[in-house]
Design a protein around this ligand. Structure first.
Ligand code: ADP
Length: 332
């Protein structure tokens, strides 16, 4: 399988819809062969960014570069990108094989060649036996593989995926997410995957791009984003963090670093009183929600055995703290 990996670069890319600036001077370099997730809440500009890369949306300002080419004015089929949609957009009246061969047909590839390439691509996604079926005769996961084969048959340099897992049930979603990662590695090209799920981005991405309100908040590996959130927004959106204020500064403290007093030495902690507002048993961990007298909510995630050593209940007054080194300053 030949594949031509290429770097992708956005330079101050902007999208305005009338008065709405959906994407605001986004600059980003995605090296060839990267699994990149565009992550953020609904309406933050992820899909608009993806559609501008694909050529399905005009770029209001800035440049999109693939390899050494500025592709702003190229039609989608000439950019070397392929897109996989949320609902897979398979043609219901065409067989699986014809669905996969469709874009080759549009490109004028002779029939025998396009059908054999479709067949080859179907076997690469373990769907070799299903070429004659109609999409309605497949499960959700199988439809997704067909959609993937259809996108990859054109030998794209970059595959664009818009919420590709959201139509699947939670069990299948986790299985298909592992498959996506495997195909990205096998093909060696970049996948750019739009999602609002931090869990999905953490599981898949080499590079997470956290977006908020049309702008990039932070770019990094999942570990960097989770362990060193730069802003309050990133800390809160990624979850699992407390954002606390101290002397006019904002800090993030991971919930699994928060201790109920007695479990850390007092010289290393900043400790404070709080009232337990909720206790949730989660299996391997116990989540203890608390409120300080100034109204700030705190969350501690304790290992089950740790909780069992000194169990607390709703309404208890507790002393909470964390090591100073687990407190991470956020940008103002
Ligand atoms: P996301 O993918 O993160 O949910 P979108 O890129 O779809 O975000 O949308 C970003 C913003 O642009 C939103 O405020 C949305 O309402 C607006 N928007 C998206 N598409 C259009 C459109 N075709 N016309 C007008 N506004 C749009």
């Amino acid at each position: 399988m030949q594949s031509l990996a290429a770097d992708l670069e956005l330079a101050a890319v902007t999208k305005a819809y009338g008065d709405t600036t959906a994407v605001d001077r986004v600059s980003l370099k995605i090296p060839a062969g990267t699994y990149c997730c565009l992550l953020g809440p609904s309406g933050c500009g992820k899909s608009s960014t993806l559609r501008m890369i694909a050529g399905h949306e005009f770029i209001s300002d800035g440049d999109v570069m693939i390899g050494n080419t500025i592709v702003n004015d190229l039609p989608p089929a000439k950019r070397g990108t392929a897109m996989m949609f949320q609902n897979y957009a398979l043609f219901p009246h065409l067989s699986v094989r014809e669905n996969v061969a469709f874009s080759l047909k549009m490109a004028g590839t002779p029939k025998a060649e396009r059908l054999s390439r479709a067949e080859e691509m179907l076997s690469l996604v373990d769907m070799g036996r299903y070429g004659d079926r109609l999409p309605a005769q497949l499960s959700g996961g199988q439809q997704q593989r067909v959609a993937l084969a259809r996108a990859l048959v054109t030998n794209p340099t970059v595959l664009l995926l818009d919420e590709p897992l959201s139509a699947l049930d939670p069990f299948l979603r986790i299985r298909m997410r592992a498959e996506l990662k495997r195909y990205q590695r096998d093909f060696g090209i970049s996948f750019i995957h739009v999602t609002h799920s931090q869990e999905e981005a953490m599981a898949l991405a080499d590079m997470v791009v956290v977006m908020n309100d049309g702008r990039i908040e932070q770019v990094g590996s999942p570990r960097e984003i989770f362990n060193q959130p730069k802003t309050r927004f990133v800390a809160q959106f990624m979850g699992g963090h407390n954002v606390v204020s101290d002397a006019g500064r904002a800090y993030a403290v991971r919930a699994d670093k928060v201790r109920l007093l007695g479990t850390v030495s007092s010289d290393e902690t900043s400790s404070q009183r709080a009232t337990v507002t909720d206790v949730e048993y989660q299996g391997m961990t116990v989540h203890v929600a608390m409120r300080r007298s100034d109204g700030t909510d705190l969350l501690a995630t304790l290992a089950e055995h740790e909780f069992d050593r000194a169990p607390v209940s709703v309404g208890d007054e507790v002393q909470v703290g964390w090591h100073a080194s687990d407190r991470h300053e956020l940008a103002a």
